[in-house]
Design a protein around this ligand. Structure first.
Ligand SMILES: Nc1ncnc2c1ncn2[C@@H]1O[C@H](COP(=O)(O)OP(=O)(O)OP(=O)(O)O)[C@@H](O)[C@H]1O
Length: 249
């Protein structure tokens, strides 16, 4: 699965990630939480080399990938789907064509694309929306399209960077339910970055709490709901361990 060994990322003189080591277990839902600027997105983006580490290794299925280039990285990325806060859909393509893009990049023959796209759209409940354009969809529907695009290549891992941060609470819970189904029914390992305790708490089995580019603690939890949303690494750990009932402030 994914393993980071002593990875460091610098932006100029600033160390955004400071010698982090982390093993993601196959099949788990792994949350990454921390305050703004803690390094969550950078850590996630190093897992598929959207950011390259300056030091240390990114290892996928026992293979160091950080020195790979071009085509080899593209091949690895096909097994690592990714979704973002801003959906990143192509405005002048239909829902169907947005999902098909992943198959085009993977050089899947045209005749084999339709069935796979429709299967993905069915999974996220958007079969009937295949001919719509992104501007005709709600935020939650756009994220479902992005999820369909991310799973259409049958990835073993789905990287989620603040996937619900621009959605209302009800839509957030619907998207989290879709992610849970992807984990359970398609056996996809999920790594989810969020600054929202409720999101992380309701989904994750293990949570990496980050602070200042480092791991503050990795916490094992029973995924359930929580209503608190406070800041600071110590508070995150306390809420995770207490089941969200503490009020440390
Ligand atoms: N391309 C970049 N150039 C310079 N600094 C960067 C760059 N990307 C990130 N940083 C800095 O690295 C640190 C970590 O950023 P990152 O986006 O990983 O944090 P985060 O925990 O995801 O924060 P947020 O929740 O606000 O998105 C921040 O201080 C950020 O300003």
């Amino acid at each position: 699965m994914i393993s980071l060994q002593n990875v460091t990322k610098r932006y100029g003189a600033f160390k955004a990630i400071q010698s982090i080591s982390l093993n993601i277990k196959p099949g788990e839902i792994h949350g990454i939480i921390g305050s703004s600027g803690a390094g969550k997105s950078t850590l996630l983006r190093m897992m598929n080399l959207l950011e390259k580490p300056d030091d240390g290794d990114v290892i996928i299925n026992n293979k160091k990938i950080n020195h790979l280039k071009g085509k080899e990285i593209r091949n690895i990325r096909q097994s690592l789907g990714m979704i973002f806060q801003g959906f990143h859909l192509v405005g002048n393509k239909t829902v169907f064509d947005n999902v098909a893009v992943s198959l085009e990049i993977a050089k899947i023959a045209k005749k084999n694309r339709t069935e796979r796209v429709m299967e993905s759209l069915r999974f996220v409940g958007l079969e009937a929306y295949k001919d719509k354009y992104p501007r005709q969809l709600s935020g939650g529907q756009k994220q479902r399209v992005a999820i369909a695009r991310a799973i259409v290549n049958n990835p073993s891992v789905l990287l989620c960077d603040e996937p619900t941060s621009s959605l209302d609470p009800t839509t957030t819970m619907e998207i989290l339910e879709v992610l849970k189904q992807i984990n359970q029914q398609l056996n996809v390992t999920i790594i989810i970055v969020s600054h929202e305790m409720e999101v992380i708490r309701s989904l994750s089995e293990r949570v990496t709490v980050m602070e200042d580019g480092q791991i503050y603690e990795v916490v094992e939890i029973e995924p359930t709901g929580v209503n608190k949303s406070k800041k600071g690494a110590a508070t995150f750990v306390e809420q995770l361990k207490s089941g969200g009932d503490s009020n440390p402030s």
